[in-house]
Design a protein around this ligand. Structure first.
Ligand code: DX5
Ligand code: ZN
Length: 223
């Protein structure tokens, strides 16, 4: 299980996205892009045209997190545009299997996200259809929120289900991940860490990524 860090540009300067992407290019595994539509979450960010421009502006693979009401309609377009990973929310998808398969067919990794109140057990049968499970550690919609400790037992249960399934499914955490919380996430079994405020709120985002990585690597995942 290799630790991967995915800085979220939600906490970056939206008027200078290419420069902000460049600040973490040498150290980040992914660039996390939060697409919000003011329907699934009470916030609005950016959509496909901005992602298409970002893809041309950075060599870091793009990790698209779709917090939108109709992922079945839009997710395949992000994959076709060249996003290397596209994650849809279980609570929003009406045809999750079809959409996850369409993401993979377009050449991207398929991710399934679960809100804090969504139980993981109902999604065990979908594990063969996904490359990554995203366990939200805040209610989605905004950066800089406080990490929800109550999600940690679910994170550990997600890790156990993934290990039982035996596939190569990555386990991502997103929301309130920082130097204070990342070790607990790693200990519960997460291997892909999204961080917005902890990276772009720092004076030196690249150094913040390196520090988060070493904290996660030092933490012991479940046996
Ligand atoms: C929130 C987004 C996150 C956000 C995390 O709904 O999905 O990706 O950028 O921001 P921090 O790390 O500041 O909590
Ligand atoms: Zn996100």
């Amino acid at each position: 299980m290799a630790v991967q860090i995915s800085p979220s540009i939600l906490s970056a300067d939206f008027a200078r996205l290419a420069d902000e992407a460049a600040r973490v290019e040498d150290v980040a595994d992914w660039l996390h892009v939060d697409v919000m539509d003011y329907q699934f979450v009470p916030n609005l960010t950016l959509g496909l045209p901005v992602v298409e421009s970002l893809l041309k502006a950075t060599s870091t693979p793009i990790d698209c997190h779709l917090m939108i009401q109709d992922p079945d309609r839009w997710a395949p377009d992000y994959a076709e545009a060249g996003a290397a990973s596209v994650t849809i929310h279980a609570e929003a998808a009406k045809a999750a299997v079809r959409t996850l398969r369409a993401i993979r067919a377009a050449g991207a990794r398929a991710g399934l996200a679960l809100n804090p109140a969504t139980a993981v057990e109902g999604y065990e049968d979908l594990l063969p259809e996904i490359d990554m499970m995203l366990v939200m550690t805040v209610e989605p919609g905004f950066g800089g929120q406080r990490f929800l400790d109550i999600v940690l037992p679910k994170l550990a249960r997600a890790r156990a289900l993934i290990d039982k399934h035996g596939g190569e499914v990555w386990l991502q955490v997103d929301g309130g991940v920082s130097a204070e919380t990342i070790e607990r996430c790693a200990e519960a079994g997460a291997d892909v860490f999204v961080a917005g405020n902890a990276v772009y709120g720092a004076d030196d985002p690249a150094r913040a990524v390196a520090e988060l990585r070493s904290l996660a690597e030092r933490a012991t995942p479940p046996a």
